[in-house]
Design a protein around this ligand. Structure first.
Ligand code: CO
Length: 286
């Protein structure tokens, strides 16, 4: 007899495909979270994938626009994006870099491609802030690729740990409110990896190359490229790459369970706060 509990495998609760859309100055992208099919996955408000070799799809960039009340996380895979805000902050996002921007009480920024040809590929994720942090001072956690640690927990498995922990490897991002996990996982053909999910956190995986099987036995689900899986129902996530290998992001975080009142780039808790955001923006208080 043993009292050691046997961990239940996590499974795919639902799958979602993104919706082609455009944003900013007319950048073509795929909206995966923040679409009618999956409006949010608390604390995650939006996930956009951008990926194109055609300059005309991205060259207009994201000219000046405001944010208040949440965080934008840009993870670049290919291409270079210049970032500037109205507080004098400026930086260049290069391939493999991450910018975790806490908009807090507000800033106005632009995100413009620093190239006129070639491939642009990456993700933007929006992470909500709790009511107590929505009016905090804006701040950045920005890391070049050589400051994002690599975990190699199994044969054929390489994981860039942006936020959270894999074995002894700890990602550089600090955000106690939502305690996020953000991993870029590369699996060689047929390789396997399993990871304990934090109980009570919401989690999703999004495959952007190849395909991967989530779970085992009867509950196993194959996820193809450009499919998002909402994960849950168990503690241990089991992944197995298909014949062509796979690359995916795995993202998880503590849900805030607060009312969300959002419009465009403002995400607050009440209608009153949302109206105030428009007034403050128009009166130059960002
Ligand atoms: Co923005």
């Amino acid at each position: 007899m043993s009292d050691i509990p046997i961990a239940t495998p996590a499974r795919v609760l639902r799958t979602v495909r993104g919706l082609p859309t455009s944003d900013g100055g007319g950048v073509k992208l795929t909206r995966v979270i923040g679409s009618p099919e999956l409006p949010d996955l608390d604390p995650f408000l939006l996930l956009d994938e951008f990926g194109t070799d055609r300059a005309e799809d991205y060259i207009a960039g994201f000219p000046s626009h405001p944010h208040r009340g949440f965080e934008t996380v840009t993870y670049m895979l290919d291409g270079r994006m210049r970032h500037k805000d109205n507080h004098g902050n400026e930086g260049l996002l290069t391939p493999g870099s991450v910018q975790w921007m806490t908009a807090g009480r507000g800033l106005i920024h632009s995100e413009m491609p620093e190239q006129e040809a070639g491939r642009m590929r990456g993700f933007q994720l929006w992470v909500n802030l709790p009511a107590r942090d929505k009016m905090s001072a804006p701040k950045y956690q920005e890391y070049a690729p050589d400051h994002i640690p690599l975990a190699t927990p199994a044969a054929g498995v390489k994981i860039k740990v942006i936020a959270g922990q894999v074995g002894e490897v700890i990602g550089p991002i600090v955000q106690p409110a939502t305690d996020p996990l953000y991993l870029d996982i590369e699996l060689q053909p047929g390789s396997e990896w399993q990871h304990a999910l934090v109980a009570g956190h919401n989690a999703f995986g999004y495959v952007f190359e190849g395909d991967v099987t989530v779970g085992a036995g009867e509950a196993a689900t194959v996820l193809a490229s450009q499919q998002l899986a909402v994960l849950g129902g168990g503690e241990v996530l089991q992944l197995r790459a298909g014949q062509r290998g796979a690359r995916l992001i795995l993202v998880a975080g503590r849900p805030l369970r607060e009312p969300v009142m959002r419009h465009g780039p403002f995400v607050m808790n009440t209608r009153q706060e949302l109206m105030q955001a428009f007034v403050d923006f128009q009166e130059g208080r960002f």
